[in-house]
Design a protein around this ligand. Structure first.
Ligand SMILES: [Mg+2]
Length: 291
């Protein structure tokens, strides 16, 4: 799939004026940091949507939000939990070299929990049995180690809580004042726990999460199932509703479910790639809808 970012890479050799122009255009369009400078092109609009062109989300039948990275900066807590767990494990099992953030991005990030464990251990030539998801966190299996990480994650959440993005809270306030129905559509099995730690669980009458999806045998994002089913639970028509996502798989899921508007929140994935995946508008923070 051709994306604007790809186009930028292929045509990197443009003159400085063109780059400066692109940079000005992008910054004006939403203040997003320019990651892959794209030269001006007649068919290539800046992917971050001009705030004047953003739809009024209160006019939709419903607005359905992804959680991690959209409402809460959960990735940081996951990263810390992995580090704490692996630091302890490496010390106990005398594994070297020590676990680093680089390991997180190389072996763990973006993978399912147990796949991340297996991949990281393999990088240190450590083999343990796979085990079973029901394994106790104390068991020395891939699943047991993965479950240990979940225990640490929950402990950090409980002890420190998590601050939702202020721009996201401002948008939730706006929608609630307007009486627009809202829901959460998350792949995470920790979604309710995260919502509670963030102090926003009560705002959502419908939470479609990894627990519900597994129970109801719904295919995970990027399949449309979870966004389609959450709309049904909320009693809204996707064709008259908006979805908000920060991940490519989530954007694809909402687009496939037929949402009228798919808002891509660029927390680092890249505005061009979000647009190419099906985001109809891209912002770098949900405050853009409130200003
Ligand atoms: Mg997300």
């Amino acid at each position: 799939m051709a994306s604007g970012a790809g186009l930028g890479r292929r045509t990197r050799a443009v003159d400085d004026d063109a780059l400066k122009h692109a940079r000005r255009t992008r910054q004006y369009a939403g203040g997003a940091a320019l990651r892959a400078p794209a030269p001006p092109h007649p068919d290539l609009e800046p992917a971050v949507t001009d705030s004047r062109d953003l739809p009024d989300l209160t006019t939709f039948e419903g607005v359905l939000f992804d959680l991690d990275g959209v409402l809460t900066p959960t990735a940081e807590v996951h990263m810390r939990a992995w580090k704490e767990m692996f630091d302890e494990l490496f010390a106990a099992w005398r594994i070297e070299p020590a676990y680093t953030d680089r390991d997180y991005f190389e072996y763990v990030d973006g993978k399912k929990r147990y796949d991340g464990v297996a991949s990281l251990l393999r990088s240190r030539d450590v083999e343990v049995p796979w085990g079973d998801p029901s394994d106790d966190p104390s068991e020395d299996t891939v699943c047991g180690v993965g479950n240990r990480k979940n225990v640490v994650f929950s402990r950090i959440l409980r002890s420190e809580g998590i601050q939702p993005y202020p721009g996201s809270i401002a948008l939730l306030d706006l929608l609630q004042a307007a009486g627009t129905p809202i829901a959460v559509v998350s792949s995470s099995k920790n979604a309710v726990e995260v919502l509670e730690a963030a102090g926003i669980r009560d705002r959502f009458p419908v939470v479609m999460d990894g627990v519900v999806a597994e129970r109801d045998h719904l295919a995970s994002k990027p399949a449309p199932d979870v966004f389609a089913e959450a709309a049904r639970m909320l009693g809204v028509d996707p064709a008259r509703s908006a979805a908000v996502e920060d991940a490519l798989s989530g954007v694809r899921s909402a687009a496939a479910a037929g949402y009228a508007v798919v808002v891509g929140v660029d927390r680092g994935v890249g505005a061009d790639d979000l647009a190419a995946a099906g985001a109809t508008v891209v912002v770098d923070d949900l405050a853009a809808f409130v200003d």
